[in-house]
Every structure is written in structure tokens, then in C-alpha cells.
Design a protein around this ligand. Structure first.
Ligand SMILES: [Zn+2]
Length: 254
């Protein structure tokens, strides 16, 4: 069975969520990491995960959500992180890919605060990074945070190698299945004991579902694609990912 390492389910109502989890299980996806992007979506993620054993929660502030924060927002974040279904902080990180996004000056202090909390609590951190991978790796290192998952990694192979040297894990999204195999080099460079695969639901539906709202049930074709690039069977990759999940998040999976 597959693990979907990154999905955003907070906009789905209970009925839709139940059906989505059912479709996922039938498709061979047993476990889903449901990630918040700000205080309110993170609270919803925690509530959803209470009702479903195989949903795990992460709470964070995404680079797109850094501007609406109140003073001492981290007090609320700390309370969310006490929730029993929390397995990591995130998503958080830096995005320098579009001038319309919040400035680096706004993003960095929030990311650094979450890194400090991750360090204090010894929690893994789930990172979104676009156009800022070098800085992300530097900041993780300077905060002494080594349990890192680079979600939807699309950066250079150079920085990937640095990240792997630092012990980080890398998650491959449906972008891998787009024409010309844009992530083939990244997949080739990442050993299977550091790999995850993710849908990033509701975004980034993989081929052959491209253009539709994504969901965890669409993960297996992506897993099969990544396994094929690694020259191993989908079953072997799924087994490796379950071991990686236990190693990084400290949650054992059957
Ligand atoms: Zn995400």
C-alpha cells in the first residue's frame, strides 16, 4: 500500500472526505499526510485527522500565508502542535518564484520561527521551496533541523545532493509524469531510502488525470512511474516509502 506524503484535504466536507479516503484505499493508498497552510487550515486538518486513523496531520504557515498573521501567532501554533495526530510542522518554507508572492522579508522570519519550534520539539519539518532551495537548506542547517522533507522538490541536482548529504528526504509530485519527465534527474539522484511520492491534492494531478482536481487515489500511477525510473518494482518502492515514513516521522506503518 502507498503513502501519500502530501495532500491538502481541509477544504473537503466530511462526506467528500470519507468518499475520497475510500477511493484512495481501493486504489492502494492506505495513509495520507494532510498538511495545513495557516492556523485555520491547520486546525481543520487536525480535526479531520481525529476522525480517520490513517490520516496524519502537519501544521504550518505556508510562504503564501505569512502576511495575515497576528502578533504572537506562534502561541496558537504551539497549541496546534500539541494535537496527538501531528507528525510534523509544515508546510512552511520559502517561495521566490513570483514577485506577486509575499516578500522574502515577510517569509523568512515566519520560516525561521517554525524552524526554531521544530528544533525545540524535535519535530520533522515539511518544506515548500521554489526558487529558494539554497537558502532553505542553509536555514535548516543553521537551526539544527535535520528531519526535513522537501515536498514537491523541483530544484537543482546540486542542492539536492547537499540536502541528501544533510539527511533530508525528498518528495516527488505528479510533475514527474508531465511531458519530457522534468523530474527524471532528481528521481535518479535520490536513493529510494530517501524518497516519498505525493499528490499535493487538490493540485498537480498526474498524467493521465492532468487537469482534474487531484486526489490520493491518483497516487499509484505516479508511484509506478517513479519506481520504473528507479528500476525497481512499484511494490518495492511502496515498501521503501513505508520504511522512510517510519524513519522520518517516527510513526510505524503496517
Ligand atoms: Zn502543499
Amino acid at each position: 500500500m502507498w503513502i501519500d506524503a502530501h495532500a491538502h484535504l481541509y477544504d473537503f466536507d466530511d462526506a467528500y472526505l470519507n468518499a475520497l479516503i475510500d477511493r484512495a484505499r481501493k486504489a492502494g493508498v492506505s495513509t495520507i499526510i494532510n498538511s495545513g497552510t495557516n492556523l485555520s487550515t491547520s486546525a481543520r486538518v487536525c480535526a479531520q485527522c481525529e476522525r480517520h486513523e490513517n490520516l496524519h496531520a502537519t501544521a504550518g504557515i505556508s510562504p503564501f500565508d505569512v502576511e495575515a498573521l497576528e502578533e504572537r501567532w506562534w502561541d496558537d501554533m504551539e497549541r496546534l502542535l500539541d494535537h496527538p495526530k501531528i507528525i510534523a510542522i509544515g508546510e512552511t518554507g520559502l517561495d521566490d518564484s513570483n514577485p506577486a508572492y509575499p516578500s522574502a522579508t515577510a517569509q523568512i522570519p515566519v520560516f525561521e520561527r517554525l524552524l526554531a519550534i521544530a528544533h525545540d520539539r524535535d519535530l520533522p519539518i515539511v518544506i515548500h521551496s521554489r526558487g529558494a532551495e539554497r537558502r532553505v537548506v542553509e536555514l535548516c542547517r543553521s537551526h539544527g533541523v535535520s528531519k526535513v522533507l522537501l515536498h514537491c522538490y523541483t530544484g537543482s541536482v546540486d542542492i539536492l545532493n547537499e540536502a541528501l548529504d544533510s539527511g533530508y528526504y525528498v518528495s516527488i509530485s505528479g510533475i514527474a509524469t508531465f511531458k519530457k519527465g522534468p523530474l527524471d534527474e532528481i528521481i535518479a539522484h535520490t536513493p529510494s531510502n530517501r524518497l516519498f511520492v505525493e499528490t499535493d491534492t487538490p493540485y498537480l494531478a498526474p498524467v493521465p488525470h492532468r487537469g482534474k482536481p487531484n486526489e490520493p487515489a491518483f497516487l499509484p500511477p505516479l508511484g509506478a512511474y517513479v519506481a520504473h525510473r528507479k528500476g525497481i518494482s512499484p511494490q518495492r518502492l511502496a515498501d521503501a516509502i513505508r520504511r522512510n515514513f517510519s524513519a522520518l516521522f517516527g510513526v510505524s506503518q503496517l
